[in-house]
Design a protein around this ligand. Structure first.
Ligand SMILES: NC(=O)c1ccc[n+]([C@@H]2O[C@H](COP(=O)([O-])OP(=O)(O)OC[C@H]3O[C@@H](n4cnc5c(N)ncnc54)[C@H](OP(=O)(O)O)[C@@H]3O)[C@@H](O)[C@H]2O)c1
Length: 253
């Protein structure tokens, strides 16, 4: 039997859509679990709920908590790992983040600590180091122009749908135990996307300080340009590109 935590989130729902058969959806609020799936209450802050939720589960997809405080987020993940061990789960697939293997501070602090806890915990594991989701960076067309402050540098974002499919494949497929995958989407730049869509591109300063300005600074520094073949290999096909997504959206609206 498979279990998926954080099953009411965007990623969790997409994974559930892609899993067939014996699956349990673990959620804080079971009333929000899609119908047709067995729902069990499991809160990362409540170890007892997690132990009960994982009863009879063979393979667990542990979707990382959205908690921003690294210490609390790590404690939540440790609760889940400890509960999985106590419940007799045989393998855990964990949604980590790129570079969490080498960077133990900042954005990857809790992911790094969680990976270490999984390695130390004795469960068979698969680590999925996700990139940034493409949705937050999806180019907007305003007055017929795509604008960004990314300096024309590359982004290795991927869409949740593909990351969910990769997670479902890693959870249910063979040959993934004891492995860590560094998942990167197909490299793209804002100017390239504008050109492909026949739209003008303009490089502009960030409108205001904030999370997007911080992320754009990372892009300008080349921090999102790493490429691996792991996502394509787990999917067994190329991941969706930004141009493909925008073309689909244009067709819809
Ligand atoms: N790669 C990226 O760019 C990126 C961006 C954002 C987040 N993330 C990470 O990826 C994860 C999945 O992404 P997503 O898009 O599915 O996020 P999401 O839509 O925000 O979903 C977060 C999920 O975590 C659940 N959750 C929150 N606190 C919990 C707790 N104490 N115990 C159990 N479940 C709890 C939420 O449950 P409720 O429905 O009850 O609130 C929800 O199901 C996030 O949680 C975050 O760690 C990655």
């Amino acid at each position: 039997m498979y279990a998926v935590t954080a099953a009411t989130g965007h990623l969790g729902r997409l994974v559930l859509d892609r899993l067939k058969g014996d699956v349990v959806a673990v959620a804080r609020d079971v009333s929000r679990v899609p119908s047709g799936v067995e729902a069990r209450h499991g809160d990362y802050d409540d170890p007892n709920s997690l132990r009960a939720a994982f009863a009879g589960v063979d393979r667990l997809l542990l979707i990382s908590s959205p908690e921003l405080d690294a210490a609390r987020r790590t404690a939540q993940h440790r609760n889940a790992i400890d509960a999985a061990v106590a419940a007799g789960v045989t393998a855990v697939v964990y949604t980590s983040f790129l570079d969490a293997d080498t960077v133990a501070t900042g954005m990857t602090e809790a992911h790094h600590a969680t990976e270490q806890a999984i390695f130390a915990g004795g469960l068979a594991y698969t680590i999925l180091r996700n990139p940034f989701y493409g949705d937050a960076f999806l180019p907007q067309v305003a007055d017929g122009v795509i604008r960004s402050s990314t300096g024309g540098r590359g982004l290795n974002t991927a869409f949740r749908e593909d990351l969910a499919q990769a997670a479902a494949n890693a959870l249910t497929g063979e040959g993934h135990l004891g492995r860590a995958y560094d998942l990167t989407g197909p490299l793209w730049t804002y100017p390239q996307v504008a050109e492909a869509l026949g739209i003008a591109y303009e490089e502009v300063p960030d409108a205001e300080p904030g999370p997007m300005a911080w992320l754009n600074g990372m892009v300008r520094a080349g921090a999102l340009e790493r490429q691996t073949g792991d996502l394509e290999s787990l999917l067994g096909r190329p991941a969706e590109t930004v141009v493909e997504r925008l073309t689909t959206l244009r067709g819809i609206f």
